[in-house]
Design a protein around this ligand. Structure first.
Ligand SMILES: *[C@@H]1O[C@H](CO)[C@@H](O)[C@H](O)[C@H]1NC(C)=O
Ligand SMILES: *[C@@H]1O[C@H](CO)[C@@H](O)[C@H](O)[C@H]1NC(C)=O
Length: 393
């Protein structure tokens, strides 16, 4: 009986007709699942400044700053459909709080299209579909340089160090290859779960990618350009049922999409899942997902593929140009996990053969280490941060 009810609810989720059920269930996330970045910073002992950064093409992004005694700033940047929150929701064990406690001057960015990047000088994210006409390319070419220049101007420093996770590394590779002058501004780039080539994915991720173009067309035809929004019937539903233990931890784990990142339940306990779903997803564009999907299908790290005619218009060639990793001349540290379903060791090995200035390469000792253990694994403070602190110094 119970199983029947659960499968009914599951069908409802898949069909996205779960709104009535959702209305009945209260969202009772734990406190840390509800607080925003600034509030979490204060709760864990640091005052947080919120800065508005405006990109060349008019997007207004919130950047969070925790002032530190050390001079050299550190810029921290999140992955796909994610937000700055991911680096602080582990509280005392999170990267941002650990850096702040150690006296670093920490700046945490947000990409256009997430819940902290929904403003624009002209466009309305809720009304203008043009707002969503971007991919990781624009995040790399416009968002990151705007935030870096803001930090350098604000602090009077000439260089900073950066830490990226997943697409937060992809976008930095895009920046450093398309606007190589930024290599001068970044002294060291720590790449956690680096993503450039996606040639070695396994099912179910590789299977989903095969359906990507069809799904993208279907979304386009119904006018959906904003995907993985922070608020939607589906996310609200997952938040409601999973915060009230309607489903087992295992089902909520699946509902939250963990089959996409590699299973590692020992670093991700049931209570923390409830905090996590309060913050993920944070929203991005359909075009961004399409761009990533193109990496998988083409097995190339290249600019957005508009099709032969569109490519001729945009690039003057029938196929999109590659991002040239030889131009990433700044010091790069690569840290990977063997159980990471997205940043595969074999693909990072390809980056290793091309990037000219790798100062550090590390595969996490524990073979279960997955894609999100880099941001929310419950033992990061012991197993990961020591490497990061050593590199920063
Ligand atoms: C976070 O919450 C505080 C207190 O509710 C609010 O003043 C602030 O504007 C929020 N920050 C963001 C970026 O949403
Ligand atoms: C790491 O974090 C855990 C959980 O917050 C804490 O119990 C432990 O003492 C921390 N260890 C170190 C070395 O900071």
């Amino acid at each position: 009986m119970e199983i029947a009810i659960k499968s009914l609810i599951l069908c409802a989720i898949l069909l996205n007709i779960c709104i009535p059920t959702n209305a009945i269930l209260r969202n009772s996330l734990p406190e840390d699942g509800k607080l925003n970045f600034t509030e979490l910073g204060v709760k864990y002992g640091h005052s947080v400044e919120e800065h508005d950064v405006i990109t060349e093409d008019g997007y207004i992004l919130t950047m969070f700053h925790i002032k530190g005694k050390r001079r050299k700033p550190i810029f921290v940047f999140h992955g796909i459909a994610d937000t700055a929150d991911i680096f602080i929701i582990r509280g005392k064990t999170s990267l941002v709080i650990a850096l702040a406690n150690a006296g670093y001057d920490v700046w945490v960015g947000n990409a256009r299209g997430n819940k902290y990047g929904r403003r624009h000088v002209k466009l309305d994210a809720d009304k203008d579909l043009n707002f969503w006409d971007f991919s990781l390319h624009e995040i790399g070419v416009y968002d990151i340089p705007a935030m870096i220049d803001y930090i350098l101007q604000h602090t009077g420093e000439k260089k900073l160090q950066t830490i990226g996770h997943s697409q937060g590394t992809t976008t930095q590779y895009v920046l450093l290859s398309k606007r190589p002058e930024y290599n001068e501004k970044i002294e060291l780039f720590i790449s956690l779960a680096p993503v450039a080539f996606l040639t070695d994915l396994s099912p179910p991720v590789s299977t989903i990618a095969q359906f990507g173009p069809t799904l993208a067309e279907a979304f386009k035809s119904i006018g959906v350009e904003h995907v993985f929004p922070e608020k939607s019937p589906v996310t609200n539903f997952v938040r409601s049922v999973c915060s009230q233990d309607v489903f087992s931890y295992e089902i909520c784990f699946l509902l939250s999409g963990f089959y996409l990142v590699g299973f590692d339940t020992k670093r991700f306990e049931p209570e923390f899942l409830k905090v996590f779903i309060g913050h993920y997803p944070g929203g991005t564009s359909r075009k961004n997902l399409m761009h990533v999907n193109q990496f998988v299908l083409s097995k190339r790290f290249c600019e957005f593929d508009y099709g032969p005619n569109g490519n001729l218009d945009h690039y003057g060639y029938l196929v999109p140009p590659d991002y040239n990793l030889y131009k990433v001349t700044t010091k790069v540290a690569l840290i990977v996990g063997e159980n990471d379903a997205l940043s595969k060791v074999k693909d990072v090995e390809i980056q290793r053969t091309i990037l000219p200035n790798i100062v550090y390469y590390h595969v996490m000792e524990d073979k279960d280490w997955n894609h999100i253990d880099f941001t929310v694994g419950n033992d990061m403070n012991v197993t990961l941060f020591p490497f990061i602190f050593k590199l920063l110094d």
